[in-house]
Design a protein around this ligand. Sequence first.
Ligand SMILES: Cc1cc2nc3c(=O)[nH]c(=O)nc-3n(C[C@H](O)[C@H](O)[C@H](O)COP(=O)(O)O)c2cc1C
Length: 176
Amino acid sequence: MEIVVLTGSPRKNGNSSILADNFIKGATKKGHNVIRFDAAFKKVQACIDCNQCRTGNSCILNDDFNSIKDNLIKADMIVFVTPMYYFGVSAQLKTVIDRFYSINVELSTPKKSALILTYADTSAREAEPIKNQYEIFLDYLGWQDMGQIIASGVWTEGAVNNTDYPKQAYELGKSL
Ligand SMILES: Cc1cc2nc3c(=O)[nH]c(=O)nc-3n(C[C@H](O)[C@H](O)[C@H](O)COP(=O)(O)O)c2cc1C
């Protein structure tokens, strides 16, 4: 499969990045081709609702989203990796997701997907808004969830290394 991994953390060696690395290792081992797009280190502007994309034109924003757009359209699987920021996905990742609006039609083909989330607290309830958002946009796009890694209780950079989550991320990648 062609897999695109979209990450949303500005911490280069942060918890979600470590889980993304492990997922990619597992998926690559299985022979999948993985492209990683680290949104926090790219220039992606927020959608301005000009609706040019609704009148037969391409998105008027000219930035790094263009470098991943075709890969997203062609991908068999898109994986969302994010730290929890104030009970939502990070703004860096959300900005990329909002830009899906310009390619809604092209993205609405059967694809697989997965969610990898890291957060400091341990309450499962706090992860519900992000899980719901993910599941609802999967329904909207007609994509299939292949797994979710909800890594709670990890706050400091690298804390996830002391947990079982990296192994779970690797296994998820390898299970595909
Ligand atoms: C702006 C900001 C908002 C955060 N909001 C939450 C939150 O709502 N709930 C929580 O448990 N942790 C929150 N955290 C902690 C991060 O989710 C946690 O440290 C996570 O492991 C970071 O992942 P990363 O290392 O991949 O960046 C927040 C951190 C930041 C910087």
